[in-house]
Design a protein around this ligand. Structure first.
Ligand code: SAM
Length: 246
């Protein structure tokens, strides 16, 4: 049988492709691409002539049985998304699940990913971290999600479109308060790469004062020990608890 390779692609800087990713894309029979025109630019740059087929959220259901058949017949497939790691806020998960169920070997390649690239330069605690991806767009649902995450002590990582960044910062302040530290990792690996760091209040002020362009990862410091719910016992309760122990 063939193998399904999960191949990360650059998130901006074309040099962030690995030798192995190039070799796999060259040697497989088919590249399953989220957007074939987008991936064609990458393939042209590296002079790769492998045939592409589209594989995105709107044709997942039709494609999967077809891919499973090809894989069973011995055809190897490389799956790529537009940028970064397949499956991470991108197409891939259902195909991986179908391959596992069908007993087909799934080989992941390491490579570019916006969340981890932003995290390591954020200055926030690198672990534990909690990767959420895209928050719900509707304000009410977004706030409900943020409320669930409020007491997490892990660094929170979100993806967000430049059009919604201000609204999302406002919602973060409404739910978490304005004092939490936040880092906006903008245009990672690209010419205008930038890290905007500060409290939620100061970063919101900065963002409302400029024209917002580019791609963003939002990283929010986890709840500190002070904020986390604490158990308060009276002296009497402590004496009782100790008495029960001895
Ligand atoms: N699969 C990708 C990965 O592994 O990072 C993520 C794909 S998701 C559809 C796209 C989102 O990732 C963007 O909206 C942005 O939040 C983030 N992103 C992608 N490239 C980025 C970059 N160069 N700088 C900052 N954020 C980026």
């Amino acid at each position: 049988a063939g193998t399904l390779y999960l191949v990360p692609t650059p998130i901006g800087n074309l040099e962030d492709i690995t030798f192995r990713a190039l070799n796999v894309m060259k040697t497989v029979a088919v590249i399953a691409s989220e957007d074939t025109r987008n991936t064609q630019k990458l393939l042209n740059h590296f002079e790769i002539t492998t045939k592409q087929v589209s594989f995105h959220e709107h044709n997942t259901q039709e494609r999967i049985p077809q891919f499973i058949k090809w894989l069973k017949d011995g055809t190897s497939i490389a799956q790529v998304s537009d940028a970064g790691m397949p499956s991470i806020s991108d197409p891939g998960k259902e195909l991986v699940q179908a391959c596992i169920a069908a007993g087909i070997t799934v080989v992941p390649l390491p490579g570019a990913n916006a969340a981890l690239t932003g995290l390591i330069a954020s200055g926030l605690a690198p672990q534990p971290f909690f990767f959420w991806g895209f928050l719900p767009r509707k304000p009410k649902e977004q706030k409900t999600t943020l409320t669930q995450l409020k007491s997490y002590s892990a660094t929170l990582i979100f993806y967000e479109s430049p059009y919604r960044i201000v609204k999302t910062l406002e919602n973060l302040i409404a739910v978490l308060g304005g004092d939490r530290q936040v880092v906006l990792a903008r245009e990672l690996t690209k010419r205008y790469e930038e890290f905007i760091r500060g409290s939620l209040t100061t970063v919101l002020a900065e963002m409302t004062s400029r024209t917002i362009k580019g791609e963003f990862v939002i990283l929010v410091a986890g709840a500190s020990e002070v904020e986390a719910p604490t158990l308060v016992l009276t002296d009497e309760q402590v004496r009782q608890a100790v008495a029960e122990l001895i």
